[in-house]
Write a protein that binds this ligand. Sequence first.
Ligand code: GUN
Length: 300
Amino acid sequence: MTAKIIDGKAFAAGVREKVAGHVARLINDHGITPGLAVVLVGEDPASQVYVRSKGKATIETGMKSVEHKLDPETSQADLLALIDDLNNDETIHGILVQLPLPAHLDEDLVINSISPAKDVDGFHISNVGLLGTGQKSMVPCTPLGCLMMLRDHHGSLSGLDAVVIGRSNIVGKPMAQLLLGDSCTVTIAHSRTKDLPEVARRADIVVAAVGRPEMVPGDWIKPGATVIDVGINRVDAPEKGEGKTKLVGDVHFESASAVAGAITPVPGGVGPMTIACLLANTVTACSRANGLDEPEGLTA
Ligand code: GUN
């Protein structure tokens, strides 16, 4: 069997188009422009790239984008004061503090100081609790993107066996909650799981989010299963020339795609969906803040 490739880039383009349509309605019918504020503390090059692409994507959908670039030495009090200002700014509907933060800042305290209604990352403890209890919440962007692609591929996920490999707060745990919400039978596997290959082989859906290059080979995959690869790992690629690198996922694509029914590639799978879902969450937050209908198909 050769797997269907789930084209995350094309899917993300569709999500962005839906977001742009909803933004246009908010502006034209209600005079409201959704606004997203991104806060970056320090000069981490990867974070700078992320923040730039988030800003560009926000503007492309017609929303307002605000960037706050703060000195790496910024004090906790100054960062909390900025977040307080953004919490009280009616033109801002979404706030994202880029992680990781410099070591002298308390990440949990900072995230939990964001108004839960504006927490477009879905990392605030209130949103974690709401998601865990099946209530309306802001949902972390990467798992939301995975859920959208799975729903699109399968229609209903009800009754399917799902194995999430990885137990991070950002991907593994919320992914498991979302799959449970769609009535999957969910296993969260991790580095201490006994006989991980056997556990993975039971799954109709495998979500790999461990951050280990090509850890999941094809013989861990049940024939016909759907494989969602969240990993983005940069590795050496001597075959491309000296000093060259390439991106690979947590799944060994070549062997897994020979067994799976459907699979997301790296790059071009889950990655593009993360920013698309950030935009979706911003328009959702804006709609909720104004008591308006939520955009259809853009929430969990
Ligand atoms: N750093 C890397 N990915 C993310 C993300 O999704 N949200 C935030 N806030 N920081 C990140």
